[in-house]
Write a protein that binds this ligand. Structure first.
Ligand code: FMN
Length: 325
């Protein structure tokens, strides 16, 4: 389990425990102590299994747009279990949610020490790209290499998206962001280009309150804006209707745009299309013409709580190359 560690004391204790177990790599006590002291004030994650701290990672801010992977350590006996990857995924989610554009990591250029070559391959496998070599960071013989990862790539945004059901901050979402999000939705593919999905952006506080009043039990009650997704059930050709596929593609595009712009959301469809037909009540508040169904609502706003990633089945259980087995 990956835990976000809050207190400086716990961060220092975990960092010490792990770094002291890695004596081969942290021979110089002075640098180990510096890492431990520095990590106490930084965003910090630990991987914990049955009460054992297996590893940790901490980030630090190096500029308005960039976070640095400052320190990372995993006990030797826990290597090759995907712990580094899971720690990094949590840190990357955090940096993306906080609106940072990049994560960088400083390392020694490949070809100087074997240990760093392995580490550099690990960084590359996470998606880091070589940026530049700084010849005098440590000394001329061991030039420092900077690797950087853009958090605004589509694949990173897909990984950072999770359904958010917590409280939203009471900050208005600028209209240009709502327009970008709606634009991402209507730019989605649609069967035979029939463009069966429309959206209504609700950001007027009075209308938003009337929409929320229909949602019982309430969800997204604190969201400062909502996108209401409408679908027209017409056939794309012959008797083939692709309206569900069309609005699903539009919703996913909007969810990704929402996350990329630093907001959170959740695909609320089941809740509003159940037997109590909240969707029809929302349609009536918004004067939706009868040839359209309200199929989903997407709250939009900045998260006030932590965003949780649900557990997903392992990759290998769901993806195969070439044939089923
Ligand atoms: C068609 C559809 C309907 C959904 N309806 C609801 C809903 O009514 N309420 C809700 O809390 N989440 C709803 N979700 C969100 C899913 O519960 C969520 O995507 C799933 O648990 C996986 O979590 P993730 O989005 O964080 O990956 C819906 C998702 C889809 C695709």
């Amino acid at each position: 389990m990956i835990r976000f560690i809050e207190t400086a004391d716990e961060k220092r204790r975990i960092a010490r425990e792990i770094l002291e177990s890695l004596t081969d790599w942290f021979e110089v006590e002075e640098s180990r102590e510096k890492y431990i002291a520095d990590s106490a004030g930084q965003p910090f994650w630990a991987s914990v299994d049955e009460g054992i701290n297996e590893g940790f990672l901490c980030l630090k801010e190096t500029g308005k747009e960039t976070m640095e992977l400052a320190v990372m350590g995993v006990r030797k006996e826990c290597h090759r279990k995907g712990i580094g990857r899971r720690l990094f995924a949590a840190a990357k989610d955090y940096a993306a949610r906080k609106g940072y554009e990049f994560i960088q990591v400083k390392t020694v250029r490949s070809g100087v020490y074997e240990d760093y070559d392995i580490t550099n391959e690990f960084y590359k496998s996470l998606g880091f790209k070589e940026l530049e070599v700084l010849p005098d960071y440590w000394d001329e013989a061991n030039p420092c290499q900077i690797y950087v990862m853009s958090l605004k790539s589509t694949v990173n945004t897909i990984e950072a998206r999770h359904s958010y059901r917590g409280t939203y901050l009471q900050e208005n979402v600028p209209e240009e962001d709502l327009i970008t999000i709606a634009g991402a939705g209507i730019n989605a593919p649609s069967g035979c280009n029939k463009q069966t999905t429309d959206v209504i952006i609700v950001n007027d506080p009075e209308i938003l309150a009337r929409v929320k009043a229909q949602i019982d039990p309430p969800v997204a009650g604190t969201a400062p804006a909502m996108i209401i997704v409408l679908s027209k059930r017409i056939n794309a050709y012959r008797d083939r209707c692709f309206a569900v596929q069309d609005y699903s593609a539009a919703i996913e595009n909007m969810l990704l745009a929402i996350v990329e712009l630093g907001y959170q959301s959740c695909w609320y469809e089941g809740h509003i299309t159940d037997d109590d037909r909240i969707c029809d009540k929302i349609a009536s508040v918004l004067n939706v013409p009868k040839e359209y169904d309200v199929v989903c609502i997407l709250p939009v706003g900045k998260a006030a709580d932590e965003v949780h990633s649900p557990s997903k089945k392992p990759f290998s259980e769901r993806v195969r190359f070439n044939r089923w087995s």
